[in-house]
Design a protein around this ligand. Structure first.
Ligand SMILES: Cc1ncc(COP(=O)(O)O)c(C=O)c1O
Length: 415
């Protein structure tokens, strides 16, 4: 293995001085695994398994239907919203939690378009996570609007007097590049459009200030950096400026002002309560509620400082140990989320070879271009020492050409 100027002892020192030294103990990370995929599925926080056992055995098994009242199942959404709120710079009462991100996007894109009835275009950027574009196309089709693709280098150039909504993903899922939320939101408003932000790759990893940016709508999943578990429900935020007028289209009984009055006609509940549609996913919400305890006492500044320190180290080590890699993540802190990615002709096989060594990242296709190897740095549980070891593994795999082993070429269903 090559020896460069950064040593493992340097990484160990960074762990000792990290603002989040100790929060890793709040998670169960399997022995022998370096987990750099929290940008896809967060690790399991301690406390979730016991909580789930109790919800299943006691609340469901013993309490049965009584638990809707006795165990406070109806209060889960409010409690979780209050815990997510400081991570994205909003008030808990302005969040709804319970749908998938895709459904949250659908509801809020329809609501946004209805707020600008004289405008006929939704703008999305082409490299966004596919579901954002698919949902925008579906909403455009449903409402007789047009979908317009913008240049990610200058999204505002596509926003003219026809545009109702500019919908962007704050941190890009492939490259980890981060948009200037406040500047772009102000630009959209100056052109009379609304701004929506997908926070899937931001919430819990980078500080987000939706209120300060004066954004209009936001959505985000909770199974990545929020560690809520596979398929954990997403959150939807609507600016308090707009809640009185914004109408979401999935008018199910749980969003009714009086669901148990069983009235014939729909009347939306006030505020974000009116963004519920069907019965709350109690098991998934319980897991998320317990998982969010991992953020207790942690500030977004601490998360950001730890995240940048980890990604800085990874980038510096790649530069030293594997020079010439096609890194696609911005080096500028203001433009970087909490992941680092590089393009490689054998990116899929390389990721598989790393997984075989216990270093878990993932792979994302990118059309005709070489694919992307992605490494996520969840600041609550990834250590600098692991970053050091991960880069040693990457260098070793490439030096020995382990990734060319045919065993790593066959794609799994989930990459
Ligand atoms: C930016 C972004 N939006 C949306 C999603 C997924 O949406 P859903 O929660 O509906 O599966 C992802 C998943 O990785 C994502 O990265």
């Amino acid at each position: 293995m090559t020896t460069g100027t950064i040593t493992r002892a340097d990484a160990e020192r960074l762990d000792v001085s990290s603002p989040l030294a100790g929060t890793r103990e709040r998670f169960r990370i399997p022995e022998g695994v370096i987990y750099l995929d929290g940008n896809s599925l967060g690790a399991l926080p301690l406390g979730v398994a016991d909580r789930m056992a109790s919800v299943v055995e006691d609340e469901w098994g013993t309490g049965l239907i009584r638990s809707w009242n006795a165990a406070g199942w109806m209060e889960l959404v409010g409690r979780i919203s209050a815990r997510i709120a400081p991570l994205v710079g909003v008030r808990g009462e302005d969040l709804h939690v319970g749908d998938s991100t895709s459904v949250s996007l659908f509801k809020s894109m329809v609501a946004a378009a209805r707020l600008r009835p004289e405008r006929s275009v939704i703008v999305v950027e082409p490299s966004t996570f596919p579901t954002d574009g698919y949902i925008a196309a579906g909403v455009a089709d449903l409402l007789g609007l047009q979908l317009r693709w913008c240049d990610p280098a200058d999204p505002l150039a596509a926003v003219d007097e026809d545009v109702a909504l500019l919908s962007l993903t704050h941190v890009d899922f492939r490259t980890g590049a981060m948009f200037d939320m406040a500047g772009i939101t102000a630009g959209a408003h100056a052109r009379g459009a609304l701004a929506q932000w997908d926070l899937c790759h931001s919430a819990g990893a980078v500080p987000v200030d939706l209120t300060g940016a004066d954004a209009d709508f936001a959505v985000g999943c909770s199974y990545k950096y929020l560690n809520g578990g596979p398929g954990a429900p997403a959150f939807t935020w609507v600016s308090p400026r707009l809640q009185d007028q914004a109408r979401q289209p999935v008018t199910g009984w749980m969003g009714h002002a009086a669901p148990f009055a069983m009235q014939r006609d729909y009347a939306a509940a006030d505020g974000m309560a009116g963004w519920a549609s069907g019965t709350h996913p109690v098991l998934a919400l319980s897991s998320l509620d317990a998982a969010l305890g991992a953020f207790d006492g942690v500030s977004t500044d601490q998360l950001r400082a730890a995240s940048l320190s980890l990604t800085d180290l990874f980038l510096a080590l790649l530069d030293e140990r594997v020079p010439g890699l096609d890194v696609v993540t911005p080096s500028d802190h203001a433009r970087r989320g909490s992941q680092v990615s590089f393009r490689h002709p054998h990116a899929y096989a390389l990721v598989q070879a790393l997984i075989a060594r216990g270093v878990i990242g993932d792979y994302r296709d990118d059309g005709d271009r070489d694919g992307i190897a992605r490494f996520g740095f969840a600041p609550l549980y990834v250590t600098h020492t692991e970053v050091y070891d991960a880069v040693e593994h990457i260098a070793a795999v490439l030096a020995a050409e382990e990734h060319l082993d045919p065993a790593y070429a066959t794609r799994n269903a989930v990459t």
